[in-house]
Each structure stands twice: as C-alpha cells, then as structure tokens.
Design a protein around this ligand. Structure first.
Ligand SMILES: [Zn+2]
Length: 278
C-alpha cells in the first residue's frame, strides 16, 4: 500500500498529514452511557514489553459493546502558513456535537495544534467528557517511507514528543494521558523503544474511518458502521481543513451505534476493560 501511495505522492502526502488514511441491525432503545466519563479515566499502569518496546493498543479484547471514537488534531509545519491564510485546522462544531450527544472521546493532539488553538485545547482538556493524548509536536513520521511524510531523525523523536507534551500542558490541558499515536500510524521497533522510554503506550486503531479529505459523508459512515465491533477504536480527525465532513459523520454514526447497543468510551476505559479492570 505504501509503495502504491508513493506513486501518487502529492495527494497522499496531504492525506498522510492527517494520520490514518487508509479504508443491520435491529433497533434498540437508546442507552444512557454507563461507563463513567469523568476524570476517573485513570490510565492503567504502564508495563513495557520485551526489549523496552512500548505496548501497542489497537482495540480492546472484550465482548462488551463498547467503542472508542478517537480524533487526531493534526497540524504540520506547512499547515501554519495555510492557517495564517485563513484555513481552519480546528473543528469546534465536532466538539460541540460530541458534547451535545454526551459521547466520551479521546483527542490525540499535536503540539502545533495546541499552540494554534490554545483555548480549544484547554477547553477539551478540562472537560471530563474527553481525554487528550500526544500525537507528536510537528506531525512528522517516526519512520521513513510513511506516506511520503517528512521523517524525524531518531535523535529528535524524543524531543518532539516532549515538545508536544509541553505545548499541550502550556495550553492548559492539566493531565494529558500517557498515550501516543504515531503520525500516519507508522512505526518500527526503534520508534516503539523511544516511546517506551517516555512511558507512553502506543495507540493505533482497528477501524479507519476514511474521513480524511472525504467528499461523501455516507461512505465514511458506512465504513465506520461496517468496521465497528466490540472493543473497537475508530480513528477520525478534528480538523475542518482536512476532514470537513467529520462532524456530519459523527452526528450520524453516534445514534446508529447506540441503536445497535454500543456505548462510547475513552481509550483509557477500553484499555482498562481489556485488562479486566472495568
Ligand atoms: Zn495525524
């Protein structure tokens, strides 16, 4: 897939800047959320794997109908000039939709996004409905050959992640969760060791929504609804510039998943459920 993507690099470099660009049920009464969404989202203890490799969480091992919606707040170096020219890399309507529907969610935030939108970062980070985790500072890849994205040299990876943490806290997020999502979802063992040395768990996903640069909300809706199973992690984006239909998608999939009996959880709650702690 990556070699194919390289052949159409210009588009996919843009797509990759949004991280995870990939691919009927009987109605039931709407359920109220039963998983606590408050600051109770205490991260399970970090246990590095063999060789210091950080664990990679992709979905919960559970039969419970719980699902985590995750939103990557991407910004790259190039995006700063685009933002200055008037493009919007935030998506307050999406956050409003999550709040209105009382949907807990995990936001993987780049440091550049926190620097660009500190009031929103603070608001999200102080809302017990949400948790915020690290998505690097500059949204550069942690390995070469990741969708044509610029790659960080290994000796700058740690500093980039720490820079993001500093920016996120400076914006007013009091307790970022100890999770890291690799830009583009690309990593190797060396990248896992770097993240492990920082005490961060890598969080991937099992459901790529395909919301990046989507032109048809129904296609994204279908991909999410077809992909979700108990314990799933769905990746979407919190940026109007690169994922303009995501609010519409969320407003559609939330009631449909609830009608299927699903309830929404933050990543920390899925990890806890997977570990038998919830
Ligand atoms: Zn991303």
């Amino acid at each position: 897939m990556i070699s194919l993507v390289r052949r159409i690099a210009p588009l996919c470099a843009l797509v990759a800047a949004l991280a995870a660009c990939g691919a009927s049920d009987a109605p039931r009464p709407v359920q109220l959320e039963t998983i606590p969404s408050g600051p109770a989202s205490t991260p399970p203890p970090f246990v590095p794997g063999p060789g210091g490799l950080t664990p990679v969480f992709k979905r919960a091992t559970t039969h419970e109908k719980i699902v985590a919606l995750t939103f990557d707040a991407d910004m790259t170096a190039d995006d700063e000039s685009r933002a200055a020219a008037g493009e919007h890399f935030d998506n307050p309507g999406l956050i409003d939709a999550l709040r209105a529907s009382k949907v807990p969610a995990t936001v993987f935030m780049t440091g550049r996004w926190a620097d660009a939108y500190p009031a929103q970062a603070r608001s999200i980070g102080r809302d017990p409905l949400f948790e915020v985790a690290n998505h690097s500072y500059s949204h550069y890849a942690f390995i070469r050959g990741c969708f044509g994205m610029p790659a960080l040299p290994e000796d700058r990876m740690r500093a980039d992640v720490e820079h993001a943490d500093t920016a996120i806290r400076r914006a007013g997020v009091p307790r970022p969760m100890p999770y890291f999502r690799f830009p583009g979802g690309c990593y190797d063992n060396e990248a896992l060791r770097v993240i492990g040395s920082l005490g961060l768990t890598a969080v991937q996903w099992d459901v790529p929504s395909g919301d990046a640069f989507a032109v048809d909300a129904q296609t994204v809706v279908r991909q999410v609804l077809d992909g979700v199973r108990p314990g799933s992690v769905v990746v979407m984006h919190c940026t109007r510039a690169g994922a303009p239909l995501t609010e519409q998608v969320v407003r559609t999939v939330v009631p449909r998943l609830r009608a299927r009996g699903y309830r929404f959880a933050k990543v920390s709650q899925l990890i806890a459920a997977s570990a038998g702690r919830a």
